[in-house]
Ligand binder design. Structure first.
Ligand code: SF4
Ligand code: SF4
Length: 488
């Protein structure tokens, strides 16, 4: 079974009418079930690659540095699964607050939609973890084995000491790098300052051991071994991103009008198209050699293209050497390709942008006004009320006080209701940072005070020091119906 490699899955509109003078490139056919050919990319420099390296470096630094940061006595970012809490920059989030996590995920999704409509696969080319880690593994390979031609030579070489030394060193560095990723990853769950001594003393728990080995293995497999295959066959985003594109979305494209008919030539052909009636493309194939996906952008937009812009940078360097105008391969929109005006503000972009902005405002407001204290009231389930010898009725409650701050706090406890209650229990509760305190208390009401068998009562907690805030929680005070009697 075969298919034309030039088939675009990215939803471009109808092509321009063919120019009879042009000699279109031959369609290339690839087998769907052919054996994977390892891609040896050429190292390329250029403004987009510098930007990309900067972005990747920032992301890698964030990943490695965050587990080492502390806030108070705790790591600044800590997924504390045994205690079911998540610490972020001094704030403790509990499972009840995972609505914030869902908001973050929704914001992430709409950011992806927004930037995809704006500029195509920015996420894939500049920020996706698969891209980031693959780039790091590829860089290690480049440093040890050399650039594309040296690596191709090494591949063809029979196994000898040089090949064994280079390959062995590369695999060793890859493995060390994979373990550095997995240990850092586990460091988000077990504080890394405790984790490293445990590793040194071979004193890891079974879950830590499992996740370090599993994450290292997956990192090595996905980013060092499988690389572009993950984007081709596993990533769903590559398959549906085209539905978000419109005719003004910025994509990487080849200027066919200018480039064709392509053909090799010497540098003597200084004016584009002169002499041999050729277009600007010198058919050097460098845009294919730098492509981490191994595709030829001259065949049109393909779903495999991750928008890394390596082909833009290398083609610009070729154009510079030839003395031709730059941007034969460039960021452009479908409208621009058809010499039409590109519209910056489009309904889809405005729609995604408005939702994204609204979600970010709501999220900031939610986090900003969040009270780092939670009060829950649990009534005694065994006995609804107890009637004393003098006719007074008492109810027993358990106050669950959750201090979500990263410092110990004391709270005044008070009760408000439509009748005066006698409160029996601690009036000031001290709760250590990030913990939950269970406090049994009793309320008593005299017979003359009770007008109903089910009276609302409000428990109020107020901090004793600054910054001050208070929370309240309503419960019920139960007693025998008037005319009834007997405790339960
Ligand atoms: S790098 Fe530019 S000139 Fe060279 S083959 Fe690709 S498009 Fe043509
Ligand atoms: S075609 Fe160009 S932009 Fe797309 S993945 Fe290949 S090198 Fe990157």
């Amino acid at each position: 079974m075969s298919t034309a490699a030039s088939t675009s899955e990215a939803g471009r509109s109808a092509p321009k009418p063919p120019d009879p003078a042009r000699q279109p490139s031959e369609p290339q056919e690839t087998l769907l079930y052919e054996r994977r050919k390892k891609i040896h990319t050429l190292w390329v420099n250029g403004k987009f690659q510098y930007l990309r390296r900067f972005t990747l470096l920032v992301l890698v630094l964030i990943f490695y540095v965050f587990p080492w940061l502390t806030w108070g006595d705790h790591p600044a970012v800590w997924f504390n699964l045994p205690e079911r809490k998540f610490v972020l920059l001094g704030a403790t989030f509990w499972p009840q607050e995972f609505v914030f996590l869902s908001w973050l995920l929704i914001i992430g999704a709409f950011s992806l939609f927004f930037f995809t409509v704006l500029a195509g696969r920015l996420w894939c080319g500049y920020a996706c973890p698969q891209t980031v880690w693959t780039y790091c593994y590829a860089w290690i390979e480049h440093v040890i084995e050399g650039d594309r031609n040296q690596r191709l030579k090494l591949e063809k070489m029979p196994w000898n000491f040089t090949k064994l030394r280079k390959k062995g060193l590369k695999w060793l560095l890859w493995a060390l790098f994979a373990f550095s990723i997995s240990i850092t990853f586990v460091g988000y769950f077990t504080p890394i300052r405790e984790l490293l001594p445990k590793i040194a003393a071979f004193d890891l728990g079974s879950w830590e051991r499992f996740w370090i080995l599993f994450a290292a293995g997956m990192s090595y497999l996905l980013s060092a071994a499988l690389r572009e295959q993950v984007c081709f066959h596993m990533c769903p985003y590559a398959r549906f991103q085209s539905v978000m594109f419109d005719r003004d979305t910025m994509i990487i494209s080849y200027d066919e009008d200018r480039g064709e008919p392509r053909g090799a030539r010497g540098r003597k052909v200084e004016d584009e198209g002169s002499g041999a009636n050729l277009g600007s493309c010198v058919n050097c194939n460098l845009c294919v050699h730098v492509c981490p996906m191994g595709i030829d952008i001259r065949n049109g937009l393909q779903y495999q293209c991750i928008g890394c812009a390596a082909c833009v940078d290398v083609c610009n360097s070729v154009m510079d050497r030839m003395g031709y105008e730059r941007n034969l391969v460039r960021y452009s929109s479908e409208h621009e390709d058809q010499h039409e005006k590109r519209s910056g503000l489009r309904p889809r972009l405005i729609g995604y942008g408005a939702i994204l902005l609204a979600m970010m405002i709501a999220f900031s407001w939610g986090v900003g006004t969040r009270v780092p204290l939670e009060l829950d009231i649990i009534r005694d389930r065994n006995r609804l009320y107890r009637e004393n010898w003098d006719g007074a009725v008492e109810n027993v409650y358990t106050l669950k006080i959750m201090n979500r701050e990263q410092r110990d706090r004391s709270y005044n406890i008070s009760v408000a209701g439509v009748i005066p209650f006698e409160y029996s229990g601690k009036e000031v509760a001290r709760v250590p940072a990030g913990t939950l305190l269970s406090l049994p208390v009793r309320l008593v009401a005299g017979p003359e005070e009770r007008y109903d068998s089910n009276i609302p009562v409000t428990f109020i907690l107020e901090t004793t020091d600054e910054p001050s805030f208070k929370v309240s929680h309503e419960s019920r005070f139960l007693s025998p119906a008037r005319g009834g009697g007997g405790g339960r």
